[in-house]
Ligand binder design. Structure first.
Ligand code: NDP
Length: 253
């Protein structure tokens, strides 16, 4: 009998960087998911993603601004119309922002902006897609992306245990605090949704050369994507509620 596989994936923030790399990696994989919902807030400006979606018919390019309630509602409806009773197998909460701010520089406004995009949005997007994730979960057994999974794109910078080891992150107060809160969302969802058969993890994608990662980063996006996809492929009940990196290593909270 064929192995169960992930039929549908939705990724936020696919206009560039890791989100775009994940879309490319997924459609080039063998087997590729039947449907890759590549969402971004300004599809008309996302030239590379547009090109890719012309090459691969399994890419559905949809508009989604993760901090906009109406945009979330609209995209859920669009996805529902396509997947029907099969639901959605995997939601990757990838969209994120960073604003450099040391202790001296950080303001309430920056904290709230980052918290809105990097933490609150992930919870709201996940809540909105829960009915579709539940539908997919009902059609399969076990745990993992073949059934139903939520992947929260976190960061090594969020680890409370590694704060001392990563002094370079001291200038990113808002970012790392918001990602630590995102990790708590992962833990809560993993506990809450376990009985539905929906898995949730936090993933550190590696320090990668993107607009956010900068050009000092040791790796390019395409170097980390095979690792990330293999980690996602291997997820099972044991990994539910864990904090993993792109090589599948467990990170301390
Ligand atoms: P980039 O800055 O290159 O890309 C960020 C993406 O998020 C863009 O597609 C951007 O869209 C999108 N985005 C931002 N705000 C919104 C919004 N409100 N709605 C929808 N999309 C939005 O970042 P990376 O690709 O490097 O990062 C991706 C994820 O990985 C982030 O969550 C980041 O925190 C995490 N990460 C990255 C690391 C790295 O080294 N690069 C390391 C650890 C974690 P737009 O083009 O419209 O602005």
């Amino acid at each position: 009998m064929a192995q169960p596989r992930c039929r549908s994936v939705l990724i936020t923030g696919c206009s560039r960087g890791i989100g775009l790399g994940l879309v490319r990696g997924l459609v080039e994989a063998n087997p590729a998911p039947d449907l890759v919902f590549a969402t971004c807030r300004y599809p008309e400006k996302a030239q590379e993603l547009q090109q890719l979606s012309k090459q691969y018919s399994n890419i559905k390019l949809l508009q989604l601004d993760v901090v906009c309630e109406n945009s979330i509602k609209k995209v859920v409806k669009e996805v529902e119309e396509i997947v029907g009773d099969k639901g959605l197998n995997c939601l990757i909460n990838n969209a994120g922002i960073n604003v450099l701010a040391s202790l001296e520089e950080v303001t309430a406004e920056t904290m709230l902006t980052i918290y809105e995009t990097n933490t609150v949005a992930q919870l709201m997007v996940t809540k909105a897609f829960l009915p579709l994730l539940r539908k997919a979960a009902q059609l399969s057994t076990g745990m993992g992306c073949h059934r139903a999974a939520i992947i929260n794109m976190s960061s090594l910078a969020a680890s409370m245990q590694l704060v001392q080891a990563n002094e370079m992150f001291l200038k990113v107060y808002p970012y790392r605090i918001a990602k630590t809160a995102l990790n708590m969302i992962t833990r809560c969802l993993a506990a809450d949704l376990k009985s539905d058969g929906i898995l949730c993890i936090s993933l550190h994608p590696g320090w990668l050369q993107t607009d956010m990662g900068g050009n000092m980063a040791p790796m390019q996006v395409q170097e980390a994507i095979p690792g990330i996809l293999s980690v996602l492929d291997r997820l099972g009940e044991k990994e539910n509620g864990s904090f993993l990196d792109w090589q599948g290593e467990t990170l301390p909270w």
